[in-house]
Design a protein around this ligand. Sequence first.
Ligand SMILES: [Zn+2]
Length: 256
Amino acid sequence: MLKKYLSQSIIVIIVIVISLLIFNFATELKGEQVGLAQEISIINNPLDRLVLVNKQRRLKWNFSPPDLTTVNIPFTVVENSSRQKMRFEAAKMLENLIFQAQQEEIELIGVSGYRSYQRQLEIFLENVILFGDDDSYSSARPGHSEHQTGLAIDLTTPDLNYQLTEELGQHQAGQWLEKWAPSYGFIVRYQQGKEGITGYQYEPWHLRYVGVEAALEIVADDLTLEEYLFAQPEKLLTGKAKLGIEPPRLRFPFES
Ligand SMILES: [Zn+2]
């Protein structure tokens, strides 16, 4: 019995590994065929607060953050799921942000935080089957999702039926988020009108933790993370911005 179970498990693992290898080979081949201007590079500082993950920069398939922790905020999923996790510092800062929202009677609900490479691969393949392999579709390829860093979270609000929709940007909850998230180190990562730079359509629900200092600078200058980092290449690659616990630098509504 045990022997049968073991041999079945081994077969399943072999199939997964082969699929991953074929998938990676196929995506790299496709990149060459369409003549992508920028090569895809592998990220070597995945633990940085400022790590840049996008369509040109990929996380390794075996990277998962060491300090994932459950974020203590309301989520759309009730079971204990890895979707409720983020890296420790980001989780604590998000809890503070959502606490302030609750004080002001703004309802924000977590949908999806950490996502493993394997889970992103499943989602991507599901989308390829349903919609075809269209790069403009918002589902990231495995290794190219910020959710794998444990620094990103998708949020929604009950008024919008708990959906991830652009309407959040016009909704009171989305506007509150855009205003206050930077004080807690988060930015709305994919902004309207910046699709050509980020490679993604407007996603008012997707927040990325970068730390308070960077978030306030990024928002003050109306930048994307790409623009912010390309202007300061030393921050892009140094690996010096590893997480600890950043003290919140809050600006409360009654302050100017
Ligand atoms: Zn997201």
